[in-house]
Design a protein around this ligand. Structure first.
Ligand code: GAP
Length: 514
């Protein structure tokens, strides 16, 4: 199965098992907008809890807020989003399809890497055990030629993005002979800038109404509350403010399911530091955030840092944490050193002094900011991509299992009476009553036990508990484990401790070393 086929299956699975539905589907959906179903919302809430607690509970110097989506329009002038929150877009004149010029070029660069990887694989098969990959990569004329072409385009692209040179971006597309995937032609328009913010009117009359924006990032809600929080919580630098909330972007190209959405959710933390210490903190937060991802156990090699080619208008250093999705390594989280840009600009635009008096240095300054910013939905897709597994079982049977970390799984335990009689359903209900105050527990009495196990595997439930006739005699049940499918007999009284031990966030948090 190719990675593309796998991804299609994952998308279908998300719908079939109540994780994600297209928004307003009865009206054929709305581009790049999605709804979370009964299982999706539980997983999403657990992701948010993992993030929130790791920030706010595990760091004494981080507090949380929940700011409004609508903000004073001046916020977005000050932040630079009105002037600079743009993507370069280009249209194909034949198909009338719109693309992001930067994405077309980045895809072309990624294709060169794929070409090289294919060459290497072919050679590996040809040479067998004596194959020396490093030597092949540095001597094969075909690999060297492709790599040189890639590097040249890469440099031109980075320079063009940094200089905002739209003519050069178009020229790169022409020089690389990039064709529209729909029409197959290279009949391109000029490249234009497109602002990604959604706007609407606030106020009841047309004359009295003012244009306001749906926030494209949650961060600004933190910046405008910097003084409120610092004063009321008596925070001392360095300290952080965390927030989870919706953000909106009128994305030109909405692709790859929930990877790029027009309405999405962010988990952002702004960490305020003394000027001059920001690089040290930026590196520290890179490590902390990478450890948070790796603690989930999806394989350290599936994550990497990718430094930005083009720094956003507010940053002096920026890196992405990328995950190896079925469609390649892509950004899940950004860690940005935002300098004093945001607070400085809000000070300027509002006329209010936004400074910190540092008692140790005996002076006031505008703090510098290191930001960690991750999309809830993208994290959701990362987890689903990593967790979705198709397995062949003994006897030729197959199962789909979601190997979601138990702490994040939507349902923790499914309790199943072997048969719907002889008092077994009543015992099952009693077990649910002892677990339900702490965990999401499901009851299932329909179909064979095998089918019931498959249903729970498909939504990632870590434990299935079967109540049978022996239970009536000795108060024991069979616990079946999702990943190993191993079964064990344990006393009902031992269930709560066993479940707690596996699904408690404590185990995950301990891995973070905070
Ligand atoms: N405050 C900084 C900021 O917003 P960003 O790199 O534009 O930085 C941060 O976004 C994270 O938000 C990304 O790493 C990604 O996880 C998520 N994100 C951004 N745009 C998104 C979109 N259109 N759909 C889903 N998630 C998105």
């Amino acid at each position: 199965m190719t990675q593309e086929e796998l991804f299609k299956k994952l998308v279908a699975h998300c719908k079939e098992y109540g994780f994600i539905f297209p928004s307003s589907e009865i009206y054929d959906g709305l581009g790049a907008v999605y709804d979370y179903g009964q299982n999706g919302v539980e997983l999403k809430n657990n992701i948010k809890r993992y993030w929130w607690d790791s920030m706010v509970k595990l760091h004494e110097n981080i507090v949380g807020i929940d700011a409004a989506i609508f903000m004073h329009p001046k916020t977005w002038e000050a932040s630079g989003h009105v002037a600079a929150f743009n993507d370069p877009l280009i249209d194909n004149k034949d198909s009338k399809k719109r693309y992001r010029a930067d994405v077309l070029i980045e895809d072309w660069i990624a294709k060169q890497d794929e070409k090289i990887a294919k060459e290497v694989e072919k050679a590996r098969k040809r040479f067998g055990e004596s194959f020396n990959e490093a030597q092949y990569r540095s001597t094969s004329p075909r690999v060297l030629e492709t790599a040189a072409k890639r590097d040249e385009v890469h440099k031109r692209y980075a320079d063009a993005m940094n200089a905002n040179d739209l003519t050069e971006l178009r020229q790169i597309i022409l020089d690389c002979e990039i064709a529209c995937p729909i029409s197959g032609t290279r009949n391109w328009t000029d490249v234009r800038q497109f602002n990604l913010m959604f706007s609407t009117q606030m106020g009841s009359t047309a004359e009295g109404a003012s244009t306001i924006y749906l926030r494209p990032e949650t961060a600004q809600g933190i910046f405008v509350n910097y003084l409120n929080v610092q004063k009321t919580a008596r925070m001392k630098i360095p300290f952080g403010i965390a927030q989870i909330g919706k953000a909106f972007r009128n994305e030109i190209v909405a692709r790859q399911f929930i990877f790029r959405m027009r309405e999405f959710e962010q988990m952002e933390m702004q960490f305020f530091v003394q000027p001059g210490t920001e690089m040290e903190w930026w590196r520290r937060w890179k490590d902390i955030r990478m450890a948070w991802h790796r603690a989930l156990g999806f394989g350290d090699d599936n994550y990497r840092f990718h430094d930005h080619e083009k720094l956003a208008h507010y940053a002096n250093a920026a890196t992405d944490i990328e995950y190896n999705f079925p469609f390649g390594f892509k950004e899940v989280e950004g860690i940005h050193s935002r300098t004093d840009f945001d607070l400085g600009r809000h000070q300027q635009y509002s006329g209010k002094k936004i400074q910190y008096f540092d008692p140790e240095r005996g002076e006031s300054y505008v703090p510098y900011v290191v930001e960690t910013s991750i999309g809830v939905d993208r994290m959701f897709l990362q987890i689903m991509s990593a967790a979705y597994t198709e397995e062949k079982l003994e006897g030729g049977e197959e199962r789909v299992v979601l190997r979601i970390p138990p702490q994040l799984a939507p349902t923790k335990v499914a309790v199943m009476p072997l048969v719907k009689k002889d008092g077994l359903p009543e015992v099952a209900q009693k077990i649910i009553d002892t677990l339900k105050y702490d965990h999401n527990v499901a009851y299932d009495e329909k179909d064979s036990i095998g089918k019931r196990y498959r249903r729970q595997d498909a939504i990632g439930t870590p434990f299935c508990v079967t109540v049978d006739h022996q239970t009536l005699e000795d108060n024991t049940v069979t616990v079946r484990h999702r990943d190993t499918m191993a079964q064990e007999r344990i006393p009902i009284d031992a269930l709560p401790a066993m479940v707690d031990g596996e699904v408690s966030f404590r185990k995950l948090f301990k891995k973070l070393g905070l």
